[in-house]
Design a protein around this ligand. Structure first.
Ligand code: DSN
Length: 419
């Protein structure tokens, strides 16, 4: 890894040292943030490529600058691969990130003030799914749906009733903290019944969808957005997939509606990542992410840790610290995540459904297995990690235990070197 940045090393030791410290951190800690991944060095090389030098406002064959013949080749390749990978009629590979991708969809298909249905942020939605502090909640009239209080899972009958009553113009599915399967077909059916567009934001599970480890919302859902750097293991970016008849609206919403010059170096990296995700070994990877998450979830539960919905079907686990006996208090997410980090286990504090505390002091911890699986870890390692985590959560002030665990974590990390 160090070898692929020889020029930074030679020419800017200050920046090199910082990158190197981050490399050591990524190597020596167990990164369990479910929205992160370690992309391949091929993806890194493409993102660091000379395509960063080129302005290419417009789309392949219709650019506002000269000199774009190779840019067109790379963007067309990314589009072709995205469409094939996700069985989509149309792909726009220009969105720079997840939020602008969602913004482009809303701008394309809605008018300010239109009614939209999305999952409440505190129950697993996303800022761009109607949070009042986000442009989405300020520009559109979002009506929220949540989870069933008892099962902590989506109740499609309750969602249908809200849709029938509210008659939204769009229904958004896809979440950032939901550990269970999503019934995209039913979401699309409900949307059709009430005359709404169906939109799925599959950022978290895109890699599972591509690898056949989660049912796909395509080809039937009207519009699908996803970031490319989570389970999909590509560069930090996003894409929009949609039906042919919406293509023109979506494209002009991305450019010139929202963005200027597309980041063609990142588009090159997306093409590389889509190529990787088409390989048979990616299917094995996606399935292993889920197997790992299930074993980790079982181990945590066997060791007295309460999980939202009592388990997982995907890459993600949400710990409910209020109903974990040894913690048993609201607002403990940050304190417990800090203790885990001190031991080299990196997760993030998160709200749990119906959290009585605030998003700033949430009562849960969100974690996942994409990075650990990328590093080659399997079921035995998940058991070990689950036991370490449970011990720390039960004794999060025990500095001696944290120190000892950190050494054990380092030993495990050294056995599974990725970069
Ligand atoms: N920040 C992402 C996540 O962590 O889930 C969502 O955008």
């Amino acid at each position: 890894m160090v070898n692929i940045i020889p020029n930074i090393r030679r020419k800017d030791s200050e920046v090199f040292e910082i990158i190197n410290r981050e490399l050591v951190r990524q190597r020596n800690e167990l990164n369990m943030i479910p929205s992160e991944n370690y992309c391949s060095t091929a993806v890194l090389e493409a993102q660091g490529s000379i395509f960063t030098n080129k302005y290419a406002e417009g789309y392949p064959g219709k650019r506002y600058y000269q000199g774009n013949r190779h840019v067109d080749e790379i963007e067309n390749l990314a589009i072709k691969r995205a469409k094939k990978l996700f069985r989509a009629e149309h792909a726009n590979v220009q969105p720079n990130s997840g939020s602008p991708a969602n913004m482009a969809v809303y701008f394309a298909l809605l008018e300010p003030g239109d009614k939209v249905m999305g999952m409440e942020l505190s129950q697993g939605g996303h800022l761009t799914h109607g949070s009042p502090v986000n442009f989405s909640g300020r520009m559109y009239n979002f009506v929220s749906y949540g989870l069933d209080k008892k099962t902590e899972t989506l109740d499609m009958d309750a969602i249908r009733k809200i849709a029938q009553k509210e008659k939204p113009k769009m229904i958004v599915s896809g979440y950032t903290a939901y550990p269970r399967k999503i019934n995209f077909r039913e979401f699309h059916k409900i949307a059709r019944e009430v005359g709404a567009y169906s939109m799925a934001d599959i950022a978290h599970i895109a890699g599972l969808v591509a690898g056949g480890a989660h049912p796909s919302p395509l080809p039937f859902t009207d519009v699908v957005t996803t970031t490319t750097h989570k389970t999909l293991r590509g560069p930090r970016s996003a894409i929009i997939l949609c039906r042919k008849e919406l293509a023109k609206k979506i494209d002009s919403s991305v450019f010139p509606g929202i963005q200027g010059g597309p980041h063609e170096h990142t588009i090159a990296a997306k093409a590389v990542a889509f190529g990787e995700a088409m390989k048979p070994e990616f299917k094995v990877y996606a399935k292993q992410i889920v197997k790992n998450a299930k074993v980790l979830a079982e181990t945590l539960m066997d060791n007295g840790i309460k999980l939202v919905s009592n388990g997982t079907d995907n890459h993600l686990i949400l710990i409910d610290l209020i109903n974990t006996k040894s913690v048993g208090k609201e607002g403990m997410g940050k304190e417990c995540a800090d203790a885990l980090e001190e031991a080299g286990i990196v997760t993030n504090a998160n709200t749990i459904p119906f959290d009585p505390s605030t998003p700033f002091r949430p009562s849960g911890i969100r974690l996942g297995t994409p990075v650990l699986t990328t590093r080659g870890m399997k079921e035995p390692e998940m058991k070990q990690i689950g036991e370490w985590m449970a011990k720390i959560l039960k004794n999060h002030k025990d500095k001696a235990l944290i120190k000892k665990t950190k050494e054990e974590v380092l030993g495990l990390c050294r056995r599974f070197v990725f970069y």
